[in-house]
Design a protein around this ligand. Structure first.
Ligand SMILES: [Zn+2]
Length: 500
């Protein structure tokens, strides 16, 4: 018989728990069950329990006003953070008021218990209701309670769905929270939603800017800079929360169900009028149409910063407010900030770049247009050939003069280098002309290319891009050197186009 004294760890896989030195308190408020236990109360009770049991508190994790029910898709950021902290060893114990507060998703509870008892994890999980995940019996009870809680959550969800439907039929707006820009006056079913004197104007302005063409990013920025905190305890205003406002019919006193206006709320005093809301909705639907195709810039990836070499990014036109005045910022190509791989070195007006490239591409296409008469050797070629031979002869003669002592070094070297430069330039021009002729012979109908190029049919985007790439490999934005005026100097001085 095996001696259990010497091999205890094999027979008794009950881990030895030490008293937590940095435990996690988890609390959550959810109004969907109508008997919400305030977060402060939960935390107070948890602190008292820790004091009684000698657990040292590391941190509190609070998910506010977010349903943990089976049907809710809401995420719980602090629940996730807590699990991550336990995983990384920062927290060595978890305590929560009851399993309801922890989760109502059976699946989540099962996964959690499995994870908690996984190898190498030695973290006690307790509830004030007496649940203890450190023993097999305790875990079984938790499974049963979890199943009951899930059933309860489903029942509640059905009930509140039914209630919401009844409210809609009565023309009542119902919300567990208070939408930004409103205040809730009165309680429970008699509550009315009225514009908040503090924030309603801000919402109105956001709607007006939005329907006036301001982009969402700029509006999100305004919310972020405002003194008003982001909803549901977020540190920042996100696109999502701003969009939620701009798409929410309640600001116009409308009841919306599944994206359709189903009536007018009798318990809401609107912040904006209905046409404003409809205009905003129209902007969204217009955007949704465009969003199906990702935003495309013809020169994406071809524009480079002339200082650091980073790929430049296209920035759409925007507006900003300064001293109460709305200013326009033109669209531009710019060296992006560090997080996008650049250093904010250079920026150039978007249309200035486009126009310049357009000119170059048009020239290049015209060059390929079939010539009236085809001849393999042009007069230009003959002239160039004569010039090359002439230069070569002059170089030879100069060399001879230097060798025989007729020409001093001081005269010879500059002269030679000048002649060489001329010769190189001429030869380069000759080879370009030859290459161009080769291209002309093989180029697909250049007149078709020109038609495609000047069309603004979005369907032809890929073809237009092909055309650019045929002629241009890069457009390099050079610094302007401290100029601040609006008028740009000639493009070739600050835009370097590198041919393909
Ligand atoms: Zn740069």
């Amino acid at each position: 018989m095996m001696n259990i004294e010497t091999e205890p760890s094999i027979l008794f896989k009950v881990p030895k728990f030490v008293v937590p030195q940095s435990c996690a308190l988890y609390a959550r408020i959810s109004e969907d069950d109508g008997r919400a236990l305030g977060v402060e109360r939960q935390i107070e009770d948890l602190i008292a329990w820790c004091a009684r049991n000698g657990w040292t508190i590391g941190d509190t994790y609070i998910d506010n006003d977010i349903s943990a029910s089976t049907l809710s898709k809401a995420t719980r950021p602090n629940y996730e953070r807590l699990l991550a902290d336990v995983e990384s060893g920062i927290r060595d114990g978890i305590v929560v008021v009851n399993l309801d507060r922890w989760t109502r998703r059976m699946r989540e509870l099962v996964d959690f218990l499995e994870w908690l008892n996984g190898p190498g994890r030695n973290v006690p999980f307790r509830t004030l209701a007496g649940d203890d995940a450190t023993t097999p019996d305790g875990r079984m009870v938790m499974h049963i309670k979890g199943a009951v809680a899930q059933q309860e959550a489903e029942r509640i969800s059905l009930r509140s769905k039914r209630e919401r439907m009844q409210s809609r039929e009565k023309g009542l707006y119902r919300s567990s929270g208070v939408p930004f820009g409103f205040v809730k006056v009165g309680i429970a079913k008699d509550a009315t939603f009225e514009p908040d004197p503090q924030t309603a104007d801000f919402v109105r302005e956001a709607f007006n800017l939005f329907i006036g063409g301001e982009n969402t990013k700029a509006i999100v920025g305004r919310f972020q800079r405002s003194p008003y905190p982001a909803p549901s305890g977020n540190a920042y205003w996100h696109y999502q929360s701003v969009r939620k406002i701009l798409r929410n019919g309640v600001y116009a006193g409308l009841l919306i169900f599944k994206g359709e206006v189903v009536g007018t709320a009798t318990n809401v005093i609107p912040v904006i009028d209905e046409p404003t809301f409809r205009a905003a909705a129209a902007v969204f639907s217009g955007r949704a149409g465009r969003a199906a195709m990702p935003r495309k810039y013809l020169l994406n990836g071809l524009v480079r910063c002339g200082v650091c070499g980073a790929k430049c990014k296209a920035y759409a036109a925007s507006t900003y407010t300064q001293g109460g005045r709305v200013n326009k910022r033109a669209a531009k190509w710019a060296c992006p900030p560090v997080m996008f791989g650049g250093h904010n070195c250079t920026a150039r007006n978007y249309s200035a770049v486009e126009d310049y490239v357009d000119g170059i591409v048009r020239d290049a296409i015209s060059q390929e247009m079939p010539e009236p008469e085809e001849s393999t050797t042009t007069d230009d070629d003959v002239q160039a050939g004569i010039a090359v031979v002439g230069l070569e002869q002059r170089i030879a003669a100069t060399r001879a003069a230097y060798a025989s002592g007729d020409l001093s070094g001081a005269d010879f070297f500059p002269l030679l280098s000048d002649l060489r430069d001329k010769l190189n330039a001429l030869q380069a021009a000759q080879s370009r002309a030859t290459a161009l002729r080769a291209k002309r012979r093989t180029a697909p109908a250049a007149d078709v290319a020109m038609e495609v190029w000047i069309s603004d049919d979005p369907e032809l985007f890929a073809k237009r891009r092909e055309i650019v790439e045929r002629y241009i490999s890069q457009i390099v934005i050079m610094p302007l050197g401290g100029r601040t005026g609006n008028k740009l100097p000639a493009p070739e001085t600050h835009l370097h186009v590198i041919p393909a």
